[in-house]
Design a protein around this ligand. Sequence first.
Ligand SMILES: Cc1ncc(COP(=O)(O)O)c(C=O)c1O
Length: 406
Amino acid sequence: MILDADTIRKDFPIFETKMHGRPLTYLDSAASAQKPRVVIDRISDFYASRYANIHRGVYQLSAEATLEYEAVRTRVADFIGAPDAREVIFVRNATEAINLVARTWGEEEIGRGDEIVITTMEHHANIVPWQMLAQRRGAILRVAKISDEGVLDIDHLVSLLGPRTRLLAFTAVSNALGTINPVAELTTIARERGITSLVDGAQAVPHQPIDVAALGCDFYVFSGHKVFGPTGAGVLYGRLPVLESMPPFLGGGDMIESVSFEGTRFAQVPQKFEAGTPDIASVIGFGAAIDYLETIGMDRIADHERSLLVYATERLGEIPGLRIIGTAKEKAAVISFVLEDVHPHDIGTILDGEGIAIRAGHHCAQPLMNRMGVPATARASFSIYNTREDVDRLVAALQKTWELFH
Ligand SMILES: Cc1ncc(COP(=O)(O)O)c(C=O)c1O
């Protein structure tokens, strides 16, 4: 059964809000997704009637909050195909997950002259932590090329892999181009060479079914807020033996087994990586988001967004002077574009006046923008609550923008 976005919209209270007196067309889900009422209610109910700290109290409220929090861990593991719930570490977001790996696994495994391979289409979150690690350890960062269409050059990537390559870190889906990378192929290439792999799934998890075991990656990271959950809850998935071999990240309460002034014994995975009071309510809200997505079905979501992408790509072709940046055959419902000499920020501002929210800028992917020969783009990204009518409104507003400037 195809997804009915008009019905889905009713689950999201934000669409009752008018923008400059107009209905909201929200085309910035790649930055952050809107929240369904079930998520908002679960958080609010938790604070109102079930709130307590976790992993500490012997009293009922705390014990139940702990159960609820840990149930989300199991829920996430099932959702992404992790064989063991202990492989799910709760962090704030994808950025923190990557930094955790760089600061723990990276400090142990990366030495002078070792090499880390990434791609040209990475978000800054999957560049800067590796650059910082390489600087600390005297390692080398190598970057796989992409084509003019925004497709990863796998031959070039393979040519970069050598005896000193320790890590292949790449995005599953480009936030700025929409390109979908062949994740399983890339993790196989890494595994066959004994190279650890980290997949940045921030733009993949909201849009398609994920099975980390089938993908065969060592690490997989994503943010709950892009998956209709609240801000403050993200996930680091790691294969259990890898996580167990890693030193802890932050030190403090909850991540220990015992502490004395002579020394500390650390807790087992996953507690070893979750020092201090976590964002309990956000994790619990994130659980509601996963429940919500599963009632819709990830395959239906992927089909809906694919059909919106085809329709939007076709319709945007009607605008004079509009050029789509990123035209890979395998694409998520993200369309980056430039409109001849109109600055993307001007496009964003004019569209805002029409009640249309898009992103304008470098999308935290400055090296990618340089590669594509543009300083910035305007970006429309689509999700479950977007309709063809949203696309039509976008196209009409862009026509108007074009006319204003020419
Ligand atoms: C591909 C990709 N990786 C990582 C991130 C970072 O996500 P967060 O800011 O939630 O840590 C983003 C956010 O836009 C992204 O699109």
